[in-house]
Write a protein that binds this ligand. Structure first.
Ligand SMILES: NC(=O)c1ccc[n+]([C@@H]2O[C@H](COP(=O)([O-])OP(=O)(O)OC[C@H]3O[C@@H](n4cnc5c(N)ncnc54)[C@H](O)[C@@H]3O)[C@@H](O)[C@H]2O)c1
Length: 350
């Protein structure tokens, strides 16, 4: 049984990925400082996976180098999936140092500890934002890292570059840079889902909080974009499909003990877009939610938000060809599962 370290594993995408790992027979150690999640997630994960699943939760920060070194001494990890990070774009503009410290310095601490322990396989949570503001759509992995528009995006591009350089320096490193598009939805059990603190930054949690009566109306930022209905277009992907993409990527880049030749094939830097390849506008998502869930969402239109792009979506061919991975769950699944999660947990994990 292989053991995987999952940083940020009690968070939104991390928790869904831990479920997928446990269900596939991995042993998992979560390291999370709970700055944007709850320890209650651990029990929920076990309820879904199996009460006896091999899961250890350690509360701690990736910048705590002593803790990290001890963790790598205590466990024999086959690889790391690295979700831990701060992700609010707007907050990164007002608090850049916090973001570079947490995301970039934190990742450096982790990579350093991995190197010392000779654990050289990592799946990294990157983002479509690294393509920058001038990239043509759909985004393809062969495009260069672009002009990022905020410190959050820059922190992701910097971490990608650090990992890429490490692969050049040491050919035993295997790195998957997974560029996510817009994860939404929740596990179908309704036990885990997205639980934003304060006013949600993302569309779907905002919609579900309006639907449950927690907020009066939805703000739609920007109705004058050069898109068919004037609202922004994004490539929404079900978080469960996204989670499964991590397993495929991990398996692809992991060294196999009985086949060193295969190890060499998996090593180096690999970039994969994890999206559906299809974009939906804000108004289309609202309509899909109203239709699938039978709740009307009142909304007010607001000016564009600084730094938001008009429209982007993935070219998802590379992940399909190389990982044999696709995202089959539809927008209807995404909104229905998000609504089920919100109804089952009106106050999130509280
Ligand atoms: N959700 C998205 O739309 C999206 C899109 C692209 C990329 N990403 C990236 O995916 C990753 C996971 O995103 P998410 O939506 O699950 O976010 P999340 O906030 O739900 O999860 C991140 C987890 O990391 C933990 N964490 C943060 N800093 C830490 C630190 N220094 N030490 C230990 N734990 C720490 C938080 O407590 C949280 O549990 C993040 O790196 C994010 O930037 C997310």
């Amino acid at each position: 049984m292989q053991t995987i370290l999952v940083t940020g594993g009690t968070g939104y995408i991390g928790s869904h990925t831990v479920v997928a790992l446990l269900e596939s027979g991995y042993k998992v150690v979560i390291l999370d400082n709970l700055c944007n999640s709850s320890a209650k997630v651990v029990d929920r994960i076990l309820k879904i996976a199996h009460p006896n699943a091999q899961l250890t939760f350690i509360e701690g920060d990736i910048r705590d180098t002593n803790k990290l070194d001890q963790l790598f001494k205590d466990h024999l990890f086959e690889g790391v999936i690295h979700f831990a990070g701060l992700k609010a774009v707007g907050q990164s503009v007002t608090h850049p140092i916090t973001y570079y410290d947490n995301n970039v310095y934190g990742s450096l601490c982790l990579i350093q500890a991995m190197n010392t322990a000779k654990v050289k396989t990592i799946v990294f949570s990157s983002s479509a934002t690294v393509y920058g503001e001038d990239a043509p759509v759909p985004y393809e992995e062969s495009m260069p890292r672009g002009n990022t528009t905020n410190p959050y995006g820059t922190s992701k591009a910097m971490i990608e570059k650090i990992l890429a350089d490490q692969c050049i320096a040491d050919n035993q490193w295997s790195v998957a840079q997974l560029r996510y598009f817009n994860p939404i939805g929740a596990h179908k059990s309704g036990l885990i889902g997205e639980d934003p603190k304060g006013i949600p930054n993302n569309l779907l949690p905002y919609i579900t909080q309006v639907a449950i009566g927690k907020r009066k109306e939805l703000s739609v930022f920007g109705v004058d974009y050069p898109t068919p209905d004037g609202t922004g277009i994004r490539d929404y992907i079900h978080v469960v499909d996204l989670a499964k993409g991590h397993l495929k990527a991990l398996k692809k880049i992991q060294p196999t003990h009985n086949n060193p030749q295969e190890h060499r094939q998996g090593s180096g830097e690999h970039i994969w877009n994890l999206g559906t390849g299809q974009g939906y506008s804000v108004l289309e998502v609202i309509c899909a939610f109203e239709k699938a869930c039978g709740v009307i969402i009142p909304y007010a239109t607001e000016p564009r938000r600084k730094g938001d792009l008009a429209a982007f979506w993935a070219n998802a061919n590379k992940a399909r060809a190389e990982l044999n991975w696709q995202a089959p769950l539809t927008l209807e699944h995404m909104v229905t599962d998000a609504w089920h999660w919100q109804q089952s947990n009106p106050q999130g994990y509280n």
